[in-house]
Write a protein that binds this ligand. Structure first.
Ligand SMILES: Nc1ncnc2c1ncn2[C@@H]1O[C@H](COP(=O)(O)OP(=O)(O)OP(=O)(O)O)[C@@H](O)[C@H]1O
Ligand SMILES: [Mg+2]
Length: 319
């Protein structure tokens, strides 16, 4: 057994400062007064690190950030007690803005593209990975402008060469380019899987077939497809698992996928079986959507949700 707990290193090339607020109703032209403002450190890997930390895991968030907003991001992480390593860039880190419309409960999410990274900057971010120890590397989020689409493939190869497990949550060309380069766990949402395979997948059997096909083609060792309120499926060499999402009040879906992934990876890193890790992911996803703000989860709520899920499975083993 390892003497130190496993560490989960995350990589975020395009992080954000996430503002969330609420307005009675949205409409053009007139000022929209908002209230109940929250600000969180954001971006895929940053969220994963925050949730791993909240769940009592060891983590390090590696990200590329710059400007006053980059320093703001660092300050927010410091406040949250999340260990991080910032690769400085010349551009200013983006600010994402989500507004909840009270009358409808709808969420409007504005996500800027963020600063471009120079060659030297993205190379520095990549070079930061081998410089830190960790059993898992989780690369998550969109690529900044001017970063080559093959960067996650390179990160996957680097991780594999160091004996680290590599987890990827991204979309589009960056996702496609990384397949087959040593991915331990791939987490597309259903939308991302549909884009990858080039067709809509409304049929559960087709979703499962496509996830399994990725495993069989060697694209990744495990593929977990998150299905929003329908839960998730996990494809591996041993077959397919499909799990519904536990009932949860929906307040904000921002970062639900990141919370799901963080809890699942932490469970795997601690030696859980894949089906247990899947339940940890579902429990964390449910807690994340019940809260306001980005991927805010409390450890006790996730543990409670996980125990409830396991108890319900034990009561209905045929599912
Ligand atoms: N409306 C919902 N009701 C219950 N659980 C949900 C809901 N939305 C999300 N979840 C939980 O969060 C997990 C991740 O959500 P989702 O599939 O939307 O992924 P995502 O990565 O946030 O999506 P995307 O990257 O496409 O925005 C789901 O598998 C589920 O466990
Ligand atoms: Mg996602």
């Amino acid at each position: 057994m390892a003497l130190t707990p496993p560490r989960i290193v995350t990589l975020t090339l395009n992080p954000a400062v996430d503002f969330v607020s609420t307005a009675p109703a949205l409409g053009a032209t007139h000022k929209i007064r908002t209230h109940d403002e929250h600000v969180d450190p954001g971006g895929g890997g940053v969220n994963v690190a925050r949730v791993v930390h909240a769940l009592g895991g060891e983590t390090l968030a590696v990200f590329a950030a710059g400007g006053v907003t980059g320093r703001f991001l660092g300050e927010l992480l410091q406040e949250a007690g999340v260990p991080y390593h910032c690769v400085p860039i010349a551009g200013r880190t983006r600010v994402s803005f989500t507004v909840r419309e009270e009358t409808t409960g709808r969420e409007y999410r504005f996500v800027p593209e963020g600063p471009a990274l120079s060659d030297a900057e993205w190379r520095c971010a990549l070079a930061a990975l081998p410089a830190v120890a960790g059993e898992y590397v989780v690369a998550s989020g969109s690529l900044p402008r001017e970063v080559p689409v093959g960067i996650y493939a390179e990160a996957a190869r680097l991780a594999a060469s160091r004996g680290q497990a590599f987890v990827l949550d991204t979309s589009g060309e960056a996702l496609r380019a990384a397949l087959g380069h040593g991915i331990t766990l791939l987490k597309p949402s259903l939308r991302e899987l549909e884009t990858l395979v080039g067709r809509a997948l409304p049929d559960p059997a087709a979703q499962e077939a496509e996830a399994l096909a990725l495993v069989h083609a060697g694209a990744a060792r495990m593929v977990v497809v998150t299905l929003g309120m329908a839960g998730a499926i996990l494809a591996s060499e041993t077959g397919i698992l499909r799990r519904p999402a536990p009932e949860a009040e929906v307040h904000s879906a921002v970062g639900a996928g990141d919370a799901f992934l963080a809890a699942m990876v932490l469970a795997l890193a601690r030696g859980a079986a894949p089906e247990e890790a899947l339940d940890w992911g579902l429990a964390a996803g449910a807690v994340a959507i019940a809260g306001i703000g980005t991927a805010r989860v409390e450890r006790s709520a996730v543990e409670h949700g996980y125990n409830a899920l396991r108890a319900s499975r034990a009561a209905r083993p045929a599912q």
